[in-house]
Design a protein around this ligand. Sequence first.
Ligand code: ZN
Ligand code: ZN
Ligand code: ZN
Ligand code: ZN
Length: 120
Amino acid sequence: MPTAHQHGPQCGHKKIPHGNHTDYLNDEGLLDCANGQHPVAISENNPDKCKPLASSKHVHDDGCGHAKVMHGNHLDYLVDGRLEHPHGDHIDDHGQLEVEKDSQEQTGGDPRKGPQPLSI
Ligand SMILES: [Zn+2]
Ligand SMILES: [Zn+2]
Ligand SMILES: [Zn+2]
Ligand SMILES: [Zn+2]
Protein backbone atom coordinates (compact mmCIF):
# COMPACT_ATOMS: atom_id res chain seq x y z
CA MET A 1 0.00 0.00 0.00
CA PRO A 2 1.30 3.44 -0.81
CA THR A 3 1.87 5.46 2.29
CA ALA A 4 -0.27 8.54 2.69
CA HIS A 5 2.23 11.22 1.93
CA GLN A 6 1.70 14.92 1.69
CA HIS A 7 3.73 16.10 -1.25
CA GLY A 8 5.41 19.44 -0.87
CA PRO A 9 8.37 21.48 -2.01
CA GLN A 10 10.68 19.60 0.34
CA CYS A 11 9.37 16.08 -0.08
CA GLY A 12 12.01 15.13 -2.60
CA HIS A 13 9.65 13.70 -5.18
CA LYS A 14 10.11 15.00 -8.67
CA LYS A 15 7.53 17.45 -9.89
CA ILE A 16 6.02 16.82 -13.29
CA PRO A 17 3.92 19.55 -14.92
CA HIS A 18 0.50 18.24 -15.96
CA GLY A 19 -1.74 20.75 -17.66
CA ASN A 20 -2.31 23.61 -15.26
CA HIS A 21 -1.07 21.82 -12.16
CA THR A 22 1.81 19.74 -10.91
CA ASP A 23 1.97 16.01 -10.37
CA TYR A 24 4.49 14.33 -8.14
CA LEU A 25 6.40 11.25 -9.14
CA ASN A 26 5.91 8.83 -6.26
CA ASP A 27 8.05 5.92 -5.15
CA GLU A 28 6.16 3.48 -7.37
CA GLY A 29 6.91 5.58 -10.42
CA LEU A 30 3.34 6.75 -10.77
CA LEU A 31 2.25 10.35 -10.99
CA ASP A 32 0.19 11.44 -8.01
CA CYS A 33 -2.49 13.50 -9.66
CA ALA A 34 -5.61 15.22 -8.38
CA ASN A 35 -7.53 12.69 -10.47
CA GLY A 36 -5.72 9.70 -9.04
CA GLN A 37 -2.43 8.01 -9.79
CA HIS A 38 -1.50 7.39 -13.38
CA PRO A 39 1.57 6.46 -15.41
CA VAL A 40 3.32 8.83 -17.79
CA ALA A 41 1.36 8.83 -21.03
CA ILE A 42 2.81 7.41 -24.20
CA SER A 43 3.01 10.36 -26.55
CA GLU A 44 5.03 11.89 -29.34
CA ASN A 45 7.47 13.22 -26.78
CA ASN A 46 7.60 9.94 -24.90
CA PRO A 47 7.17 7.21 -27.49
CA ASP A 48 7.00 3.54 -26.62
CA LYS A 49 9.54 2.60 -29.25
CA CYS A 50 12.69 0.57 -29.46
CA LYS A 51 15.32 3.24 -29.90
CA PRO A 52 18.56 1.96 -28.40
CA LEU A 53 20.79 4.46 -26.66
CA ALA A 54 24.36 4.51 -27.86
CA SER A 55 25.81 3.99 -24.42
CA SER A 56 23.88 1.60 -22.24
CA LYS A 57 26.48 0.15 -19.96
CA HIS A 58 24.59 1.04 -16.82
CA VAL A 59 22.24 -1.66 -15.55
CA HIS A 60 19.13 -0.22 -13.96
CA ASP A 61 17.65 -2.02 -11.03
CA ASP A 62 15.82 -1.30 -7.81
CA GLY A 63 18.87 0.08 -6.09
CA CYS A 64 20.57 1.91 -8.93
CA GLY A 65 19.51 5.30 -7.63
CA HIS A 66 17.55 6.43 -10.67
CA ALA A 67 13.89 7.31 -10.17
CA LYS A 68 11.44 4.72 -11.44
CA VAL A 69 8.83 5.98 -13.85
CA MET A 70 5.82 4.04 -15.01
CA HIS A 71 5.39 4.78 -18.70
CA GLY A 72 2.28 3.33 -20.28
CA ASN A 73 2.37 -0.28 -19.11
CA HIS A 74 6.10 -0.62 -18.55
CA LEU A 75 8.76 0.67 -16.18
CA ASP A 76 11.37 3.22 -17.18
CA TYR A 77 14.09 5.00 -15.26
CA LEU A 78 14.59 8.73 -15.19
CA VAL A 79 18.14 9.66 -16.18
CA ASP A 80 19.06 13.29 -16.79
CA GLY A 81 15.43 14.11 -17.49
CA ARG A 82 15.02 11.32 -20.05
CA LEU A 83 13.16 8.05 -19.81
CA GLU A 84 15.39 5.03 -20.21
CA HIS A 85 13.81 1.64 -20.75
CA PRO A 86 15.83 -1.53 -20.18
CA HIS A 87 15.10 -3.72 -23.18
CA GLY A 88 16.96 -6.98 -23.52
CA ASP A 89 20.65 -6.21 -23.83
CA HIS A 90 20.23 -2.50 -24.46
CA ILE A 91 18.41 0.55 -23.16
CA ASP A 92 15.74 2.35 -25.14
CA ASP A 93 15.39 6.10 -25.22
CA HIS A 94 11.77 6.96 -24.46
CA GLY A 95 12.19 10.69 -24.77
CA GLN A 96 12.48 13.64 -22.46
CA LEU A 97 10.25 13.90 -19.42
CA GLU A 98 9.40 17.43 -18.43
CA VAL A 99 10.46 17.85 -14.81
CA GLU A 100 9.91 21.03 -12.88
CA LYS A 101 13.11 22.55 -11.63
CA ASP A 102 13.44 23.01 -7.92
CA SER A 103 13.48 26.69 -7.09
CA GLN A 104 16.65 26.39 -5.09
CA GLU A 105 19.22 24.46 -7.07
CA GLN A 106 21.16 21.98 -5.06
CA THR A 107 24.81 21.67 -5.85
CA GLY A 108 26.54 18.37 -5.45
CA GLY A 109 25.16 15.10 -4.25
CA ASP A 110 22.53 14.94 -6.96
CA PRO A 111 22.87 11.80 -9.06
CA ARG A 112 20.92 13.45 -11.88
CA LYS A 113 23.57 16.10 -12.26
CA GLY A 114 26.59 13.85 -12.13
CA PRO A 115 28.91 14.00 -15.08
CA GLN A 116 28.10 11.26 -17.55
CA PRO A 117 31.25 9.71 -18.92
CA LEU A 118 30.75 9.19 -22.62
CA SER A 119 33.20 6.36 -22.92
CA ILE A 120 32.38 3.87 -25.60
ZN1 ZN B 1 -2.20 15.70 -12.80
ZN1 ZN C 1 14.81 -1.67 -27.37
ZN1 ZN D 1 19.90 3.31 -13.11
ZN1 ZN E 1 9.03 4.01 -21.66
